[in-house]
Design a binder for this molecule. Structure first.
Ligand code: G3I
Length: 324
């Protein structure tokens, strides 16, 4: 049943953080996009603006313009901000060539980056994805520039540096494909247990939940969430979108998509997860459409709003679940 309350009102009443990944240009230039973000969500994640590449046009300079615009918009509209992301192997600046640096220099570079960015948004960014996607699909540690320079302790240091600068912020490890119980989430679980054993200041784990083609089983997602919680970690759903294999969407695709969104919200409510972020506002903004690898494999309509930012059945389903 369509509701007379907005998603944001419903989430606020439930004490739930319902978030969205946002693009600063759309926020500035597209009136209907801006209105949807303000009226329907109470939490924002900059989709790209806080990543190292967009933030650092040259070795000596930072450009905080886009990130500031999003954080200021969030503050003006009484929204929380998830900071995404401090350490990742993707979207590093084009001028950044690891072979220009010794291992010690890379460690100093990363420390300076984390301290600068977390310092700027102290008390305005509530949660940081400190490290993103450190585990490879087969469960081994991903061999990134940071892992090559510092070994697994790059995670320890990253969390410690962020915590030193902003002890109030919640610090998360974030990954994809680790939503349900599987080989990869086992590896993430083991990694986070090692970090906790070493006294690393980590507060939570972000399960991205890009449900593309094959959707994870909800009972298994709940079991997975509970085992991370049993380690003492909070869990958030950080990048949700829901697509079918390209060319294989059933006739009732929108209803099935809505049912999956509803089931995931119910899993959150059952397990005490208080934050779910969708990875974009309307389908026209979905990253899936931009990457050929993905747009050829999956349907390009994975979000709660359609190409013109009109609500889809999935929108009503999440309101219904939150209101239930
Ligand atoms: O803004 C520039 C534009 O100025 C330039 O002309 C154009 C030409 O390439 O690129 C534009 O930047 C692109 C940016 O998206 C904005 O559209 C980047 O090339 C492109 O790489 C970037 O893609 C982002 C991707 O991460 C990078 O790997 C997606 O928007 C973003 O949705 C996606 O998000 C990731 C999460 O951070 C981590 N989890 C998976 C998720 C989906 O891949």
């Amino acid at each position: 049943m369509p509701s007379d309350k907005s998603l944001r009102q419903t989430a606020d009443e439930r004490g739930f953080n319902f978030g969205v990944a946002v693009d600063p240009d759309a926020l500035r230039n597209d009136v209907s996009y801006r209105a949807r973000v303000r009226d329907e969500f109470n939490t924002l994640t900059p989709e790209n603006a806080l990543k190292m590449g967009p933030l650092r046009p040259s070795p000596e300079t930072y450009d905080f313009g886009d990130a500031d615009a999003i954080v200021n918009f969030a503050r003006a509209n009484d929204m929380d901000v998830r900071g995404h992301t401090l350490v990742w192997h993707n979207q590093t600046p084009t001028w950044f060539q690891p072979w220009d640096y010794t291992d010690d220099q890379l460690e100093r570079f990363l420390r300076e980056h984390i301290q600068t960015v977390v310092g700027r948004y102290r008390r305005t960014v509530d949660v940081w994805d400190v490290v993103n996607e450190a585990v490879a699909d087969d469960g081994t540690m991903r061999e990134t520039v940071w892992y090559d320079a510092m070994g697994e302790t790059y995670l320890d240091r990253a969390f410690e540096w962020a915590h030193e600068v902003d002890p109030e912020a919640d610090l998360y490890y974030n990954d994809y494909g680790a939503d349900a119980i599987n080989e990869k989430s086992d590896a993430v679980y083991d990694l986070l247990e090692r970090l906790l054993d070493r006294g690393v200041p980590i507060d939570g784990v972000g399960l991205q939940l890009h449900a593309l083609g094959e959707w994870p089983d909800c009972e298994s997602i709940a079991e997975n969430i509970r085992r991370f919680q049993a380690l003492g970690l909070d869990v958030q759903i950080t990048e949700m979108d829901v697509a079918f294999p390209a060319g294989e969407a059933p006739e009732d695709a929108l209803q099935r998509q809505a049912a999956f969104y509803r089931d995931v919200v119910e899993v959150c409510l059952d397990t005490g997860v208080d934050t779910l972020v969708t990875w974009g506002v309307g389908d026209a903004n979905s990253w899936i459409r931009v990457f050929r690898d993905f747009s050829e494999r999956y349907t390009g309509d994975p979000l709660l709003f359609d190409d013109r930012n009109r609500p889809k059945p999935a929108y009503d389903a999440v309101i219904d679940a939150l209101d239930g």
